[in-house]
Design a protein around this ligand. Structure first.
Ligand code: E4P
Length: 217
């Protein structure tokens, strides 16, 4: 499973990329707004830090505007993935981007029917929003399983990118449900390393080791 960071924070991306476990980055207009930085500059910096896919979202809502913005974003670096909303215009743009060889991440997916359309439009990735569905009283993880089954039935190449992830349990469940990738807030990425028994066990091992008075080097 590929793990992406869902943040425009370049300092955090650089720090976490050092683990060798970061496969890509996603951003959205809200995250860019929160960063207070110009989108073109942030995306260029992220692309210098990460070799894998970097999603940059269009702000236009009409297909013609999305195409113009998407081409400009895609020109920043070869690993830019143009993120478009799952709307009729978004899928018209996705279709054209596919013809032009521009990678896309179709975002704000909340139903299996929407995901089917995204795949038919030639999306590189589709982003079902798990956390927001759960917040809404629906079954976010059930959606991942439905999309997996549909994509497998028809051999669609579109990758399922589990988004709106809130905790490590979401990551595990998305992996079990067959998501190809998950995009995580940095805090959730850091939480993946942790387990209280790991910490307890290590403390015990280190205490016992110290009593031996040995040194490996
Ligand atoms: C995905 O690409 C989105 O940027 C993100 O996962 C949305 O998460 P949120 O629901 O926590 O805002």
């Amino acid at each position: 499973m590929q793990l992406f960071l869902d943040t425009p924070d370049t300092a955090l991306i650089q720090e976490l990329a050092e683990t060798g476990l970061v496969d890509g980055v996603t951003t959205n207009p809200s995250l860019i707004a929160k960063s207070g930085r110009p989108i073109l500059e942030v995306i260029a910096e992220i692309c210098d830090l990460v070799e894998g896919p970097v999603s940059a979202e269009v702000a236009a809502t009409q297909a013609t505007g999305m195409l113009a913005e998407g081409r400009k974003l895609a020109a920043i670096a070869p690993n830019v993935v143009v993120k478009v909303p799952l709307t009729r215009d978004g899928l018209i743009a996705t279709n054209e981007f596919a013809r032009e060889g521009i990678q896309t991440n179709v975002t704000l997916c909340f139903s299996a029917a929407q995901a089917l359309l995204a795949a038919k439009a030639g999306a590189t990735y589709v982003s079902p929003f798990i956390g927001r569905l759960d917040d809404h009283g629906a079954d976010g993880m059930g959606l991942i399983a439905e999309i997996r089954a549909i994509y497998d039935n028809y051999d669609f190449d579109t990758e399922i990118l589990a988004a709106s992830i809130r905790n490590p349990a979401h990551v595990t469940a998305a992996a079990l449900a067959g998501a190809d990738c998950a995009t995580l807030p940095p805090a959730v990425f850091n939480d993946l390393f942790k387990h209280p028994l790991t910490e307890k066990g290590l403390e015990q091992f280190m205490g016992d080791w110290a009593k031996t008075g040995q040194s490996i080097l």
